[in-house]
Design a protein around this ligand. Structure first.
Ligand code: GDP
Length: 445
């Protein structure tokens, strides 16, 4: 289901994470591709535009660069926007079928899956909601249509209105109403005739049937594979007879997912159910979260997020390296290093990975440098002002006292931190002098 859109979107995110940093430009580029993917998936242009605008607004509002996992952030924003587009106020599975007998009108084009869906839904109402259902076919044009419904009814144990030859659809509808009332049915479903295309005669016929039965629900059954066409059909049916909801069929195939996305936005009508196969059980309540998840391919997202995290860390390291090459290493850098250390499994491992740091890692370890100390070191740096962090050499006695007090520690602790910073800054400077190529080559070893 939605394989194409899913693959395309994950392709976009793949590229994004490979590229690396999620700057605003990258988000824009990614969203441009999401837009193309949506359009190719047959989402209508205004819907795609609206969708992208919403995502972009959210992404811009959030500090993407601050996030540890910007990939996750963008995926989440796209996911949420998909859900928002797909969600209405209604509970899709809850049909207005109180006050028995409640008439339900099933409409749509021929071959869309109307008769099949009528039977699927009748089965569901019977089994899940314990409703007594009567089905009636109003399709007097297609010879086998009435028999088809009768066969399905027998199969699922739902009554069908006896076939009387020569009756007009409106008369069949009246008869169904009568039988449903007298027979004590909770719901009667009217399976109307479909045409290959929308035409006036068909619409008038459905309108007449609606006039004599006042349906509580008028569900449009459309082939989800027809994408944009499905949306246009829904618009026309809604304009002419008014529909209360949509059932998208053939959502079991690798089709374009665009119909689901456009349908709600364009028609304002809820998607109630999705058809997921030819079997009588293959009908599910429409769940925006789930559909959005399928569109994005949630399985991939976990991997994607992990990839994004790796990329972000690699980038931070690279940015720092560049600064170190220029001989810059201030308290902010140290703080970032310390925080990374706790994340990446300790001082020793990270220093061991950096050229020239192996020996120091050992010293640090010998000094009993553990996670608790790292946390204290970070607290000390946090206690410094911006200016102090950028230029630790300005730290005099009174500043030191204030910083140590702020972190709940002693000045001697701060002195240890400053000593470590000086040592590290020295090493960084040496590394910088080794030159760009040299250092990176070493770092790769
Ligand atoms: P109608 O002309 O609108 O009444 O369409 P039908 O109910 O006769 O369905 C036409 C064909 O589509 C039949 O072969 C159904 O079995 C098939 N069909 C209906 N719904 C689905 C669905 O959700 N998935 C799949 N794969 N086939 C479906």
């Amino acid at each position: 289901m939605f394989e194409n859109l899913s693959e395309r979107l994950s392709g976009v995110f793949d590229r994004l994470t490979k590229q690396g940093a999620l700057s605003e430009d990258d988000v824009k580029t990614a969203l441009r591709e999401v837009r193309v993917a949506l359009l190719e998936a047959d989402v209508s242009l205004p819907v795609a535009r609206d969708f992208i605008a919403r995502v972009q607004e959210k992404a811009t509002g959030q500090a993407v660069t601050k996030s540890v996992t910007p990939g996750q952030q963008v995926v989440k924003i796209v996911h949420d926007a998909l859900v928002a587009t797909l969600t209405g106020d209604e509970d899709p599975g809850k049909l207005k079928i109180d006050n028995p007998p409640a008439p339900m009108l099933m409409v749509g084009l021929q071959g869309g899956g109307k008769t099949t869906t009528t039977a699927k839904l009748a089965k569901r109402l019977k089994e899940r909601d314990g409703k007594r259902v009567l089905m009636a076919s109003l399709d007097i044009y297609r010879p086998a249509a009435m028999e088809q419904l009768a066969v399905l009814g027998a199969q699922i144990g739902v009554d069908t209105l006896p076939i009387v030859a020569g009756q007009k659809p409106v008369d069949i509808a009246r008869r169904a109403k009568q039988q449903a009332t007298m027979g004590g049915y909770d719901v009667y479903m009217l399976d109307t005739a479909g045409r290959l295309q929308i035409d006036e005669v068909l619409m008038q016929e459905v309108a007449d049937v609606a006039a004599v039965t006042s349906p509580r629900e008028t569900l449009l059954v459309v082939d989800g594979l027809t994408g944009q066409v499905a949306v246009e059909v829904a618009q026309e049916f809604d304009a002419k007879i008014g529909i209360s909801g949509v059932v998208l069929t053939r959502m079991d195939s690798d089709g374009r997912g665009g119909a689901a996305l456009s349908m709600r936005a364009v028609t304002g009508k809820p998607i109630r159910f999705v058809g997921l196969g030819e079997k009588m059980d293959a009908l599910e309540t429409f769940e925006p979260e789930r559909i959005a998840g399928r569109i994005l391919g949630m399985g991939d997202i976990v991997a994607l997020v992990e990839k994004a995290q790796d990329t972000i860390e690699a980038e931070q390291a690279e940015r720092m390296m560049k600064r170190f090459q220029k001989g810059q290493f201030n308290m902010n850098d140290l703080k970032m290093q310390l925080e990374q250390m706790t994340k990446m499994g300790g001082m020793e491992s990270i220093m061991g990975m950096m050229p020239g740091m192996g020996k120091m890692a050992k010293q640090v370890q010998d000094a009993g440098f553990d996670d608790k100390i790292i946390r204290q070191q970070v607290a000390l740096i946090q206690s410094m002002t911006k200016k102090e962090r950028a230029n630790p050499q300005i730290l005099q006695a009174s500043r030191k006292k204030r910083i140590a007090r702020g972190a709940g520690l002693e000045v001697s602790d701060l002195n240890k931190l400053l000593k470590m910073h000086r040592q590290m800054a020295d090493v960084m400077k040496k590394m910088g002098k080794m030159g760009k190529g040299g250092m990176f080559k070493q770092a790769m070893k």
